[in-house]
Design a binder for this molecule. Sequence first.
Ligand code: NAD
Ligand code: LMR
Length: 340
Amino acid sequence: SRVLKPVAGVAVQNGAKNFSTTSQKNFKVVVAGAAGGIGQPLALLLKQNPLVTRLALYDIAPVTPGVGVDLSHMDTPAKVSGHKGPEELPAAIKDADVVVIPAGVPRKPGMTRDDLFNTNASIVRDIAASIAQNAPKAIVAIITNPVNSMVPIASEVLKKAGVYDPARVLGVTTLDVVRAAAFIGEINGVDPRSVTIPVIGGHSGVTIIPVLSQSQPAVKLSDQAKIKALTERIQEAGTEVVKAKAGGGSATLSMAYAGARLTGSVLRGLKGESNVVECAYVKSDLTEAAYFANPVVLGKNGVEKNLGYGKLNEFEQQLLKAAIPELLKNIKTGEDFAKK
Ligand code: NAD
Ligand code: LMR
């Protein structure tokens, strides 16, 4: 098997304190799907990021311009614009540095993320096509589910348009890392922000692989049954929220937090900070799967370096083995759709 290619010493940072080496500190960020459960709080958080000087909100919902007006009354520098409907999509995307995409339908109880594919595939395809035309150099961060298939779709669309750069397309898996750190913080009795924990693979069920053996500090769980239970809780944490919301959607607030963190890290990379590390689902040759999530260094052109996933213990190797066929299937579904 070609599955393992360890890279030693990987650490995921929760916000490295670095200094700037270049000048650009003014970026245009677009939220596509900005009126939704994730989009609105994500926009709220991005409006507070000093690196964001222009914040464009795009959605098909009639409330979108109003969300823009609302946020524009905040006394932070970012200039906000609201764009409603496909005819206003080009203006929203034009000259973007980063496009974050939470557009699309969420799960209800009993659904898998794959059940969202038929609705969300064309939404992501169309937004990617507009990015190819209006901001071909933008970093694209995809939140829309199923992430494992949406990233291949966007990548194929950009490829067809001749503007694909694998360093610039990311699937957002930050929420898996945030959850793992939250749960470990609780178990260890420490501030979860002091926990670094890589979560690798993809973003659905068995493809979510928390590498608990690499947690810093070490997870205070002695027996393997508890490690297994924690692993499964992290894998099923999205479903835990879907069930708790009882038909009212899936994670929105924790996702907005995670999405704002990832976007902030992308911007710090673009600005020229060094050592900005996040887990993300990216084009990859580490395994048989053409896309794979693990820690990457974010720099001036997006993904600057893939840090791999280090050494896995026996249990984690089994998890990886179980994830690969599912990832391959998800990726093929996305690529087949885009090639149609
Ligand atoms: P939501 O229904 O509250 O919001 C989705 C928004 O997308 C709505 O405002 C809707 O009008 C908009 N939209 C629909 N079609 C559009 C189009 N063609 N162009 C632009 N906007 C469009 O849903 P939500 O809770 O915000 O979730 C959004 C997506 O994020 C879902 O697919 C969900 O599964 C996914 N999600 C991913 C993660 C992750 O970790 N990657 C976490 C949570 C949710
Ligand atoms: C999550 O992990 O919360 C998201 O992927 C939404 C979902 O459907 O679980």
